[in-house]
Design a protein around this ligand. Sequence first.
Ligand code: S3P
Length: 206
Amino acid sequence: MTQARHQHTAPSEKTEEAPSLAPETGVDITALVERLDRPVVLIGLMGAGKSSVGKRLATMMGRGFVDADDAIEDAAQRTIPEIFAEFGEAYFRDGDRRVIARLMDEHSGVIATGGGAFVDPETRALILEKGIAVWIDCDIDTLVERTSRRNNRPLLKTGDPREILTRLLDERGPLYDEAQVRVKSDSGPHTDTALAILRAIEDYLS
Ligand code: S3P
């Protein structure tokens, strides 16, 4: 019998009061959130920190957070490695497309996507039209180190993770670059990346 990795409660759109000012950035978060009528959608390679950064960003914004990979696992009642093993990658990509389309309609907060989601032309067009795409652009050393901590990414089991991540960055980089916002990230704290995203979104909107 297969089981999803964990249970998820439906995220609320409003989690807590956002602080009005992030002192480190000078960004007036309340004013920024009021102007944001679209979900913030985090994209980028495996290990970039989309989920961890996304949770912190949503908390700072006082908005809900949802992880598309978790939503796919919930819908399939299987983990991602199980979905790949039982049904194949094409099936996973199809589920990814449908789940993200649903999340884009349901959520006005922060959505973390799996690394391949934005590669799909339909998903990419939808995110660019209905959301603000934020590419968390992370160096390969950090991606290799972070992804080595968990054994839950089928694509990285097909060869040398560094080579695979380097190839994926080559292939996907030009597509990720279509995002409205790009933030460089390194091995530093996720909170710093979340703050950098707030600053970058404010720049984008002004
Ligand atoms: C994938 C990334 C994974 C997950 C799946 C495929 C990809 O998500 O969706 O293993 O194609 O890059 P994370 O980027 O959250 O690890």
